[in-house]
Every structure is written in C-alpha cells, then in structure tokens.
Ligand binder design. Sequence first.
Ligand code: PMP
Length: 397
Amino acid sequence: MFQSVVSAPPDPILGLTDAFKADPRADKINLGVGVYQDEAGRTPVLPAVVEASRRVVERSDTKNYLPIPGDPAYGLAVQQLAWGEGHEVVESGRAATSHTPGGTGALRVVGDFLHQNLPSTTLWLTTPTWANHPAIFAAAGVPTKTFPYFDPQANALDLPAMLAAIKKMPAGDAILLHGCCHNPTGIDPTADQWKQIADAVYAAGVLPVLDFAYQGFGDGLSEDAAGLREFTRPSAELVACSSYSKNFGLYRERVGAATFVAGDAGRCAVVQSQVKRAIRANYSNPPAFGAALVTTILGDPKLRKQWEGELAEMRGRINGMRKLLVDKLAEHRAPGDFGFIAHQRGMFSFSGLTEPQVAKLKSEHAIYMVGSGRMNVAGVTPANVDRLCAAVAQVLG
Ligand code: PMP
C-alpha cells in the first residue's frame, strides 16, 4: 500500500534548519526557525529552569498519569501569568485551563473542540500568519479564511481593512489573533487599536481565539497581555492558547495550555467537559515534566524573580539587535529606510526582502531566512551583524 504514498514537501520552516545544518560554509547564519539564541548563537537551558529541574526530580515520587487537563496547580499558574493574580477571570471560575503539549497542542485542541462542537464555525486567520496555523486547523477539520492584517507599504497594521473585514464576518465564526509579537510581521496593535478590534469582534458575534506564544518577548509580561485583558470583558467568551516554549526556553518539553473562558462558571464546566473529551481522543493526557518546571518557577517568589530577569535579558538582547540592525543597514548603505525594524516586537522581523532576494542570500551568502522575508532577530549577534547587513545591502543594491 505504501507504493501509492507520495513524498510530502519539507516543512517551510523546520526544513530550513535541515538545509542550514547541511550547509558546509563556516560563516553561515541561521535566521530561520523561531528559537532564541544568545550572543554566542546558543539556545541554553535557563538557569531558573536548571534549578527547577533539580527540585522536580528530587520530589517526584510517581510516574502515574496526570488528569486529562493536567495538574490543576499548573492551570492556575497559567491563568495567573496570562491575566495577572486576582483577575476576575482567575477568581470567578468561568475559565478552565488544560495543559497541552506546547502551543501547537493547544491550537489543535481548540481546532478539535470547534470541529466537534461548533461544526459550522469558520476560523479567520491574519494575512500573513504563522505557517503552521492553516495546517493545524485543516488537520482538525476546521474551515479557515483569511482577513487583512498587515500593510506592507507602511510596514504597519492595516487597521481600517482589518476592522472592515471583521464587520463582515458572520456571527458564530471565530477569529485567531496573535496575543503579542505577531508571527511573522512583528506588528502588534496598540492599546487603543486592541480596544477597537475587540469592539468589532464582539459586535460581530465572533469568538476570539488568542494565540499567546510570546508573552514577555515584546515589552514585558504584563504589557504583552494588554490585548488579552482587553478581550476579557464581563461575561464575554474567548479562548487563549499559551506556549512556554520561548519565554521559559522549554521548546522540546512541549509545555502549553488552552484556556476556555465562558460567560459563567456553569457554562465553563460544560465547555470543559467537551475539551476533555477532545483531549482524551487525541493524546489522552499531557506530559508532566515541563509543566512541573513552570509551576515550580511561578510558585516560588525567588525562582520567579530569577526567571523574570532571564526573560528580560532575552527580550533586551532581541530589542538591542533590532536597533543594531537598523544602524548597521544604514552603515552598509542598504537602500531604503529600515527604521521599522526597531518598532516591531518579538522574535521576528518582516524584513521586506522578496523571495528571490531571500534565495540569493542563501545561495550566495549562506544566510538562511523564511521565504517570506521573515528574519529571526534572535539569530543576529554582534559578531555576525556586519556580514549580514553587507549581504542584505548587496542583494538589495
Ligand atoms: N503560535 C505561534 C504564533 C508560534 O510562533 C508558535 C511557535 N513557533 C506556536 C504557536 C507554537 O509553539 P510551540 O508549539 O512550540 O509551543
């Protein structure tokens, strides 16, 4: 039977890592996959995570299954981190959190839930969006459509086009927004724009789903949750997908969460019973270790403070590289104004480079980025920035 199977194309992002690894050129630069790298190009285990690992191993006394939604202490920690301690949503019982394998797992659980319980719901995605979004929801059987988000001319949010599109969305559809650090553009709404977006979404009777994969990578833990808080209006329904791959550096431990917020605690229990059913038929229950690390760090004031410092360091390095990129592109006389790179947030910059220019950077300069021109700013270091900017100036010139 396998004779009839045809090869799948390589993943547009992860496939790039394979090509990078196979490239023999010594001065190659990887700006592809969205993984944090320090100044030396390493993706280290955060010291707060090292300490938490020691504690978790020391106190672990069973490998028995976790409940379907994971450890309740983790669920509470997820809510407190996203909304802030004491927030109405955390206190009221109208939110239920399930620990999922990464943010990807959270999105898939949301997809399964929509497909099984709200089969006529179409999910609207930003143009552009993370390449895996359409694939995840297609796999879950959720129909998707797209709406405008980014204005490439202005390198900014296209708010008028976005609001006009939301107005036309049928009631009962759902919209997927990036909670912060939009991937791939790095363009986030301001506080006032979030308000206008939330007004439009709720007026249209559309369910907001916030993909919150980079909390703390933009302006800070609380600052980055401004959009989520704006959507959390009294008795409003929403869904939040958290990922701790980036902000805790726990990529391979697969730590994320899906939080369903209902109008009241009673509705929330009904919704959560269906979420649990979807999880049971998917991966049954989550892997314990990574979530135990997050619960340990967030639950210990000293460790938490240490982690917040380590997160601030990652954020500071990325934002520092943004400024350096702007300066160095000017120094190497790259044509155009790249000031917008300093205003983008999160790990990525939509550089404006075209697909042929990206291909040329790879073939002639051993510089790897996603075909759309998305650059992982965390791959830029003081040691490689000159070579990078000289090469960009050359392909643009
Ligand atoms: N959403 C977005 C927008 C992302 O960029 C990512 C990671 N690339 C994820 C979700 C999922 O992250 P993970 O599954 O690794 O936690």
